[in-house]
Design a binder for this molecule. Structure first.
Ligand code: NOJ
Ligand code: CA
Length: 686
């Protein structure tokens, strides 16, 4: 009785306040499982909340923006709410799927200030989560001074996070309750000098509720705006958007202006974070008319040898120069023989010496670019260029167009960029840098050049609009295993549910000589393992060989490096067959059995054949998984080649011990596979 009275009163109020639309202040995802509600309190502060299967996952949380003209945090009035729906299917140029369903219910809440300024909150509910963004009406320019979007947790969720920073995402993942996000724990995540001076995380941040609901907060379509970190307020158990900027002004924008989408990906399985297409769906369709030149590929690189200190980038430096014509040809021969399409070459241009400035149109004298490109072309291998900036962004901006023209003229169709260091007067995540990164992609696209950004701003799905942005770093990649601090053993089974949720990652998989036997670091690697007790870091690659194979399936990127030295692949030619065969572009993706930070098993179907590939990786615990092959077509029989850890294998002893076997399988088959500690497996099904 009382309930229905309140309900009737609510309806009346809604009618009086002019709220229209048949669903009022709420909307749901197309499957009805996610529910989003918006409201405004007595102080005129807009608030939203999110429920999943009846469980509140985001408690009422404030929304707001402050500009140089107006404070939109309070004193607002809700004018009306429009509802709509959308459904279409689109085909990405490359990706985890051949087709993506873009199906959502939308609502736009229109607010006004006392002096009649308009702010709209646009919300889209997909089956895999929520996107919401602000639109400021008007004309002319305005300075965004801050954004106060809150994400209030309901309980002390389990959280998987890296430290908040305006400059860096190369941190170790922490696994704590939300209340464990403290300055002390952040310091364990990595270099505190680059971190925010208060409890904060970078996104995607992944949480698991007591019911097992998985939630990841991130952003989509980052244009003309700084990237978002999240400040954590322990007392209120709430995250608040935290925009990177050097001064007071976060971003000067032209009105009308829409912010990037704030996203909340939701699912009841960890694997749904891998399967989500929300970030891509919230981006604009492809703006390139012709995309035929964008080729997903596996590539090798004159690269790992420098990280092992066998050679160096700088001609005349302390070790032999890496990028000599002769050495590059050796890599081209290897790529051609194995069927890989590209060879990345770092250290090819003037500027690596101490105190020098990079010149992006001037090769070192021992690097004959014309001869190398021609040699590669004859063998079907493209030269992938490299532009390290050492954070001298002004120098790069001055040369950007000329350097892309140079590559285009030489026949270099792909560039890896890098921004190691601190950028004067900017953060990697500030608006100027977001514009810069986006400009590299747009300028490269004009010249049919693909881009892979290292030390990037975190990906936000703009590769849908510009699919020549083929990959990015923005995490601790495998290279950290060549350095002194390494990666935690649970780093790899965390990445698919965190960083990789944002988009393709250039992790650089496939190290075969996990103990560096062929390198000058051999002595260090064979010493007693150096263990940092807190972190379980190791001075070599802390995985089994089979774990390295599995990375090609578990980690998503349309370009995947075959990162080890060519000679090291000769040690295990049969295992190498998997890397030769595994595709990089997929028709379908299913995350089968997963637990964030513990293990991940992913199946993907090749975009250009009927073959399926399955990869599994685990952390420091050995475990057995049952892989049901019910994704295979019924009534057909297949041959599965299984690459799995040997009986003795483990990351810290006999890491390369492995077994390769073939079995007949069908739709009803279930494969029980044991992964060693730090191990994994890979399966090719044809
Ligand atoms: C850091 C990048 O992540 C790495 O791949 C590259 O080799 C070095 N910078 C040198 O540019
Ligand atoms: Ca890096």
């Amino acid at each position: 009785m009382r309930r229905s009275l309140i309900f009737a009163l609510g309806l009346l109020l809604a009618a009086c306040s002019g709220i229209t639309g048949n669903r009022g202040k709420e909307t749901t995802s197309p499957d009805g499982r996610i529910r989003f509600a918006i409201d405004i309190n007595e102080e005129g502060i807009p608030q939203y909340s999110v429920m999943f299967d009846g469980e509140t996952i985001i408690a009422p949380s404030a929304l707001g923006l402050t500009t140089s003209e107006c404070d939109y945090r309070s004193g607002l009035q809700l004018l009306n709410i429009d509802h709509s729906s959308h459904s279409e299917v689109w085909q990405p140029v490359w990706g985890q799927y051949a087709e993506i369903e873009d199906c959502y219910n939308a609502m736009t809440a229109n607010f006004t200030t006392a002096d009649n300024r308009k702010l709209a909150l646009e919300v889209r509910l997909y089956n895999d989560g929520v996107g919401m963004r602000y639109t400021l009406d008007g004309e002319g320019e305005v300075d965004i001074l801050d954004e106060q979007t809150e994400f209030a947790a309901v309980a002390d969720y389990e959280a998987h996070w890296i430290a908040g920073s305006y400059d860096d995402d190369e941190y170790a993942y922490m696994h704590t309750p939300l209340s464990g996000i403290t300055r002390e724990t952040m310091a364990k995540s990595g270099n505190p000098a680059r971190q925010l001076p208060y409890p904060a995380v970078n996104t995607p941040v992944t949480m698991v509720t007591a019911n097992g609901t998985h939630v990841a907060i991130h952003e989509a379509a980052l244009w003309h705006y700084p990237a978002m970190s999240l400040r954590y307020d322990a007392e209120r158990n709430t995250f608040t958007s935290d925009l990177a900027a050097v001064g007071e002004v976060k971003s000067r924008v032209e009105l009308p202006f829409s912010t990037p989408w704030r996203t909340i990906i939701v699912g009841d399985r960890a694997g749904e974070l891998i399967e989500s297409t929300l970030t891509l769906n919230l981006n604009e369709p492809c703006r390139l008319e012709d995309t035929s030149w964008i080729r997903p590929m596996k590539y090798v690189g004159v690269w790992w040898e420098m990280h092992l200190k066998n050679s160096t980038w700088d001609m005349g430096g302390s070790a032999p120069h890496c990028a000599t014509t002769e050495n590059v040809k050796r890599y081209i021969d290897f790529a051609a023989e194995a069927g890989f399409d590209g060879v990345l070459v770092e250290g090819w241009n003037i500027g690596w010496g101490w105190g020098e400035r990079f010149d992006y149109c001037k090769p070192y004298p021992d690097f004959d670019i014309d001869e190398i490109v021609a040699y590669g072309r004859e063998r079907g291998v493209m030269l992938i260029g490299h532009h390290e900036t050492y954070a001298n962004v002004v120098n790069y901006e001055e040369q950007m167009e000329a350097s892309y023209d140079y590559y285009a003229a030489k026949g270099v169709g792909s560039v890896k960029t890098g921004y190691v260091g601190s950028i004067p007067n900017r953060y990697h995540n500030s608006r100027e840098m977001v514009d810069h990164y986006n400009r590299t992609v747009v300028e490269a696209a004009k010249r049919n050049i693909t881009v892979d950004i290292h030390e990037p701003v975190h990906p936000t799905g703009i590769c849908r609009t510009y699919p020549n942005l083929v990959s990015a770093e923005g995490m601790r990649g495998q290279e950290w295993q060549a350095w002194n601090s390494g990666n935690c053993i649970d780093h790899n089974p965390t990445l698919p549910f965190t960083r990789n949720v944002a988009g393709a990652m250039d992790f650089t998989p496939g190290i075969f000589d996990v103990r560096y036997h062929n390198s000058v670091n051999r002595a260090a690697a064979n010493e007693e393992y150096k263990v940092d007790e807190k972190h379980d870091y190791r001075f070599f690659v802390n995985s089994t060989l089979m774990h390295q194979l599995a990375q090609y399936v578990v980690f998503y990127s349309p370009i995947q490096m075959v990162a080890d030295l060519p000679e090291n692949y000769k040690m295990y030619p049969e295992a190498f067959t998997f890397i030769r065969n595994v595709p990089v572009d997929w028709a379908d993706t299913r995350a089968l059995d997963c637990k964030v930070g513990d293990y991940a098993v992913v199946a993907r179907r090749d975009k250009h054949s009927d073959k399926w590939y399955v990869g599994g990786i685990t952390d420091g615990s050995a475990r057995e998984v049952s892989v049901a092959l019910d994704f295979l077509e019924e009534g057909r029989s297949y041959r599965a080649t299984i690459y799995r850890d040997g009986e003795r294998a483990g990351w810290d002893s006999y890491p390369t011990d492995h077994i390769i076997e073939q079995v007949e399988v069908c739709h009803d088959s279930v494969l029980d596979i044991r992964m060693a500690a730090g191990g994994g497996f890979a399966i090719e099904i044809e």
